[in-house]
Design a protein around this ligand. Structure first.
Ligand SMILES: [Zn+2]
Length: 826
């Protein structure tokens, strides 16, 4: 290797050996060269004359002197002589005995005036030597006058005293009072010991320091927030700081999916952690987020996504690592106070929180956010009780599903957010519930009904100030148009034959007589049949169907038992007999046309993983790239799959999603089309599925299709859903609940097969805008919750439709009717 040799300034090569010698020589400070040559000590001991030191005169005879010298030599050092000799000149200091000192009282030195009178003095209690605090002029963290600044708290407008401030003020007043009293006592006494601050007249600064300042949303957030999110953040700040109603610090954030509940809560949390009306002080120092375990990571990611490097430290209890380790971490979190809090945010799942109840028991936490908070609608549940026990004053419940008109749910949620606001459970029952229930009874007297109305109004007046709920119609301002269409499809010949066979089977007859108590099983068979006959294990599941089962019939593998991955992509069975199912025929045409004519991507959602298996076979047979996400997929993998699909350069254009996969984190804005292949009993679950595509970040026009097999059980389910949404009556959350609600009458309706209708739902509307299969009067206002106000198309009319895929269905027998909702006009 070439290396330049080091040279000195005059170009000579440095001799390394010499160099190292020079370096290793000990360093000496420069001195005068002369002094080094000195060979004898410069200073000599001073000669001391001891003459006259002794009492004896110097003139004493030498003998004596000699004798002394001799004595010195003989017996060594003569101590007594020496002490005696020095004491005369240097008296020795002796410590006084302790008793002599301690028994004397300490007294303040007296002062006398000119007349010689003693002045009495009073103590100030001022300590010495303490540096005064730096005087900082109170000012807000962010400039409230800046462009686009969002002021959450304006001291000139909301200068109302909160409970905390009242306590603080009373403390301060008591202190001042005590000081005054002390002053009073020593009045007239001359006190020269005034604190310097008083002498300088800086005492009044205190008043200035307690001045309140504006709380301004951080510019990091204010530049990304939508107007409705700003409104939401203001609402949250106002409620959680008790500005709305004295002593009430909770609220419910019930915005629909896709409006950014998470971001609004993050902006609240971040503001409270950083600011308060008191300059330089945060409102809270710790925050706890409780959410379903699948969302723990998601919350942590959202924090970094929106706040970047400003994101507060997070302790995510997502079940990784041992239990002991987690408990230690949480314990440390609990004990940290003030400046020791390095991780102000604890994110924990409902399940983990239950195991941490002991550790978290007495921790004082500033703010609690409960995501998917409808889990708290039952006040008797363990989760509710344990969360309620936590020592947190500010509580925010996040819930995407609407709060039902169920009074006990209302009470439970609000009582959690604002404990005691509606009184105890008994009081609430007496004051509201009983009266309202009596008034709602079918044979209630007019008086009862009037009282009920009155009470409902009163309750709404109490409750609504603490709930914020916006529908995602708001998004239409930022998002491209969404066409949501209900597509009624006919059944295939095979499906028809099987359907007819099943509803006339002895099993159904028994059900309708009330002797068979398994309606859910029968309902499931019909639902599956509507999707595709191959979802059924024929002829086993449908007695007497042997002669109908066609050749090549192959039961789709039941998905959930971990088999999905093995069957996937192996190509064991490739392709699907689409002609056996009406909906599949339409689906196949849709996919083919999309692939050929557009670069759109599509999401296919079903309640059954088996249906997803069939979708897979369909994609595989046609060579379509696809992704699949169902309940079996680990939560950690999900995000990766979603990101890959959303990448516009990824050729896969189909995303298969199980509606049971749940979680709000699945954001499929890479696609602009979505098919909900079968309806669910719970409209909320369908709504969640539908919101995957039309949400923030979507750039293309969206087409949402809900496939319904006409005249079949699917239509009844859909109608029941619509009813629920319109009336918002007791909604069934769980399928188990659904079963309990089935009356014989309802079952009879469910199993009725309306074979010759175009759309039974449309018939039930008794639509006046349509005549002879043509919509003659255009809808004046499309209401999302009410399909009777939507645009109605028969198959022939679809040619006037905006959507290419549906327009192509004109003249083909499969789509019989379409109802269309348009989110907004440009
Ligand atoms: Zn109509």
């Amino acid at each position: 290797m070439l290396r330049r040799q080091p040279v000195t300034t005059d170009g000579k090569v440095v001799d390394r050996l010499q160099e190292s010698y020079r370096v290793n020589k000990p360093f000496k400070p420069p001195t005068l060269a002369k002094s080094l040559q000195r060979d004898q000590p410069q200073r000599k001991r001073k000669r001391v004359s001891y003459k006259g030191a002794q009492a004896d005169s110097d003139d004493d005879d030498d003998k004596e002197n000699k004798k002394k010298k001799k004595g010195f030599n003989d017996s060594g050092f003569n101590e007594a002589d020496f002490a005696d000799h020095d004491l005369k000149r240097f008296p020795k200091y002796e410590v006084k005995p302790f008793d002599a000192v301690a028994s004397r009282r300490f007294s303040i030195p007296e002062m006398k005036n000119k007349k010689g009178e003693v002045l009495s003095t009073a103590m100030t209690g001022a300590s010495l030597g303490i540096r005064p605090l730096a005087v900082l002029i109170p000012r807000p963290l962010h400039d409230p006058m800046a462009d686009h600044a969002i002021v959450l708290y304006d001291p000139t407008m909301d200068n109302r005293e909160t409970e905390e401030e009242k306590i603080e003020r009373e403390k301060e007043e008591a202190r001042i009072k005590a000081l005054k009293e002390a002053d009073e006592k020593t009045k007239g006494l001359y006190n020269p010991h005034k604190p310097l601050r008083k002498l300088l007249g800086e005492d009044d600064k205190k008043k200035q320091l307690t001045q309140k300042v504006a709380v301004v949303l951080s510019p990091i957030l204010s530049k990304v927030l939508r107007p409705h999110q700003i409104e939401g953040s203001k609402f949250l700040y106002n409620r959680t700081t008790g500005l709305n109603k004295e002593n009430q610090y909770g609220c419910i954030m019930a915005d629909e999916m896709g409006l950014g509940k998470t971001l609004q809560c993050i902006s609240l949390m971040y503001t409270l952690l950083k600011q308060s009306p008191h300059s330089g002080k945060p409102t809270i120092d710790k925050c706890i987020i409780v959410c379903p375990s699948s969302l723990v990571r998601n919350w942590a990611n959202e924090l970094t996504k929106w706040l970047g490097t400003e994101a507060p430290g997070v302790l995510a209890a997502d079940g990784k690592g041992g239990r002991g380790e987690l408990e230690m971490k949480v314990l440390r979190w609990v004990n940290a106070k003030g400046r020791n809090v390095t991780q102000p945010v604890l994110i924990v799942s409902y399940e983990t929180l239950r195991t941490l109840a002991d550790v978290l028991g007495n921790a004082s936490v500033g703010l609690m956010l409960c995501d998917e908070g409808h889990r708290l609608k039952n006040a008797e549940s363990l989760t509710y009780k344990q969360l309620d026990m936590l020592n947190v004053k500010r509580r925010v419940i996040l819930s995407g599903t609407p709060i039902q008109n169920d009074l006990s749910e209302y009470y439970a949620l609000l009582n959690f957010a604002n404990p005691g606001y509606l009184g105890t459970k008994e009081e609430f029952k007496k004051n509201f519930e009983n009266i309202i229930i009596r008034g709602r009874d079918a044979d209630a007297s007019d008086k009862d009904k009037a009282r009920c109305e009155e009470k409902l109004k009163e309750m709404a007046g109490l409750v609504t100030p603490f709930i914020i709920r916006r529908t995602n119609d708001l998004l239409s301002k930022y998002l491209p148009i969404k066409y949501e269409q209900i597509v009624f499809c006919g059944l295939s010949e095979l499906q028809l034959a099987l359907y007819r066979l099943f509803i006339t089977s002895p099993e159904i007859k028994e059900l309708l007589k009330g002797t068979n108590s398994q309606p859910l099983k029968a309902i499931n068979i019909l639902k599956k049949l509507c999707n595709h006959p191959e979802l059924l294990d024929l002829p086993k599941e449908l007695q007497g169907s042997d002669h109908l089962v066609p050749e090549g019939f192959c039961v789709a593998k039941a998905g959930p038992k971990g088999s999905s991955s093995s069957s996937r992509g192996t190509g064991r069975i490739s392709g699907v007999k689409c002609e056996w199912s009406g909906k599949f025929v339409v689906l196949e045409r849709f996919l083919r046309r999309m692939r050929a004519e557009t670069n759109d991507k599509i999401v296919l959602i079903s309640n059954y993983t088996q249906t997803l298996d069939l979708f897979e076979r369909l994609c595989h047979g046609n060579g379509y790239g696809y992704y699949r996400l169902d309940g079996n997929m680990a939560t950690t993998k999900r995000q990766k799959v979603v990101d890959q699909f959303n990448d516009p350069n990824n050729p896969a254009f189909v995303f298969l999603l199980s509606s049971k996969a749940g979680g709000c984190g699945i954001n499929l804005i890479g696609a602009n089309r979505l098919i909900l292949f079968d309806p669910d009993w719970n409209p909320a679950s369908d709504q969640q599925a539908l919101a995957r595509v039309w949400r923030d970040g979507q750039k293309k026009e969206c087409f949402i299709y809900r496939f319904i097999s006409k005249g079949t059980i699917e239509e009844k389910i859909f109608q029941r859903q619509a009813q629920k949404q319109a009336l918002s009556s007791a909604v069934v959350d769980e399928v188990e609940d659904a079963e309990r609600h089935f009356s014989i009458d309802l079952l009879r309706k469910l199993f009725q097969f309306n074979e010759n209708t175009l759309s039974e739902t449309h018939e039930t509307f008794k639509c006046r805008r349509c005549k002879d299969g043509k919509q003659v009067v255009k809808s004046t206002a499309l209401l999302y919750g009410d399909a009777s106000t939507w645009n109605h198309y028969t198959n022939a009319e679809l040619r006037n439709n905006h959507d290419d895929l549906l327009r192509a269905e004109v003249g083909l027998p499969d789509v019989s009717f379409v109802m269309q909702y348009i989110s907004h006009n440009i």
